[in-house]
Design a protein around this ligand. Structure first.
Ligand SMILES: [Zn+2]
Length: 388
């Protein structure tokens, strides 16, 4: 079955061969979907016939957002911790360990229901591809079931056994690294595409992170890294050295870090929800873009430091606070996320791409930043199927 979407006031293709600028913008455009793929893109006046027809009403059509960094397999929430932090009160509870305890205590059905709910929340805001990490199990069975549940929903699953040292190993962090690179990895690898590590003071140092990533690669996984979120450190340069698809956070960068990213094909994935929710300084996207680094925007959706599932929110904050233009932010949230997942079939609207489309209740993609906090999603297609 084919579908013609006509009367598109402004079409973001992310293909410079199809339209103007890096966004490949087309005015008065049409798109034809055939099954789960995009079959044709061009001026509305030249559109071929199709089995069905939808009138976009002059509104803007974009690729579905690609959220390449999210932590969605968990139970419970951390409202009290956030409330205390935002009220200037000390809070003694255990941070990530609070979520680990709740996740371990939850049934598979509860974890699956939570994940399903957050993915639906994302879809309602235009997100059609989501990466999902483990990292709240921190034991072999709990990490493996987290990834098994995630793999039922997305191909982009990431083994993050090295999120923090499990509480049972508080006095033996190297013993925990042995577990993460040994038995736990073997149990998780069948359900994961990626391996990740939180390389940060208080989590895993450069040598431990290298051990986790190289063991993951040896098991057939591809590396990505939580790097340079809370301070300077070796994470970004380790990501570049190991050919990681992405270095995520990139909030505290030296000139050498920026140069390393710019000279590599490792994407700098920026996660402004984390700085927003912890009142921390934002990463300097302008500096990365001006140096020539590839930049992605993602939510980092998790119950502790960034409990937003909204890519439109991240776009608006990136424009207001991080020096990105509206065009750069929309590109980073679509094509940038695809690049950070090494995907060429999503994040663009071009013949052969997956039919993942986001129709805005607005005449231009600029409204995502111009109208912050306003629900602008009018329709979503995922793999050619109308989902909203
Ligand atoms: Zn994260």
């Amino acid at each position: 079955m084919s579908l013609l979407i006509s009367n598109i006031g402004s079409l973001v293709t992310n293909d410079p061969a199809l339209g103007a600028g890096p966004l490949g913008l087309l005015a008065d455009a049409a798109v034809v979907l055939d099954g789960d793929r995009v079959a044709w893109v061009g001026p509305a006046a030249a559109a071929p016939a199709a089995d069905e027809h939808t009138d976009a009403g002059g509104r803007a059509l974009l690729p579905g957002f690609v959220d390449s960094h999210a932590h969605l397999v968990f139970a419970g929430d951390r409202t009290a911790e956030f409330h205390a932090r935002m009220s200037g009160r000390a809070y003694e509870a255990g941070g990530i360990r609070t979520t680990v305890a709740a996740t371990r205590a939850a049934s598979d059905a509860e974890l699956n229901a939570n994940l399903t709910r957050y993915l639906a929340e994302m879809l309602r805001q235009g997100t059609t591809t989501v990466e999902v990490k483990s990292g709240y199990g921190l034991s072999t069975p709990d990490e493996a079931r987290s990834l098994r549940i995630a793999a039922g929903h997305t191909a982009e699953t990431t083994y993050l056994g090295a999120h923090v040292v499990a509480p049972e190993y508080a006095d033996d962090p190297d013993g925990y690294v042995d577990l993460v690179t040994g038995e736990m990895l073997a149990a998780c690898a069948p359900y994961a595409r990626w391996v990740d590590v939180f390389c940060e003071r208080g989590a895993f140092d450069g040598d431990q992170a290298r051990a986790v990533l190289t063991a993951g690669v040896a098991a057939g996984l591809r590396p990505r890294v939580h790097a340079n979120q809370l301070g300077h450190g070796p994470g970004v340069r380790l990501a570049v050295e190991l050919g990681a698809a992405s270095a995520d956070h990139c909030t505290h960068l030296t000139d050498a870090d920026v140069a390393a990213l710019a000279g590599s094909d490792t994407v700098a994935t920026l996660l402004p929800g984390a700085e927003f929710s912890t009142r921390a300084p934002y990463p300097d996207a302008r500096r990365l873009l001006d140096a020539g680094a590839a930049v992605a925007l993602s939510t980092d959706c998790n119950p502790g430091s960034s409990f937003t599932s909204s890519m439109p929110f991240c776009v608006a904050v990136a424009v207001r606070e991080m020096g990105m233009t509206p065009d750069e932010a929309v590109h980073a949230a679509t094509a940038g996320g695809a690049l950070a997942l090494r995907r060429t079939d999503v994040g663009r609207i071009a013949p052969g791409a997956r039919a993942d489309l986001h129709l805005l209740d607005a005449p231009s993609h600029v409204h995502l930043a111009y109208r912050p906090g306003v629900p602008l999603t009018a329709a979503v297609w995922q793999g050619g199927a109308r989902r909203l």
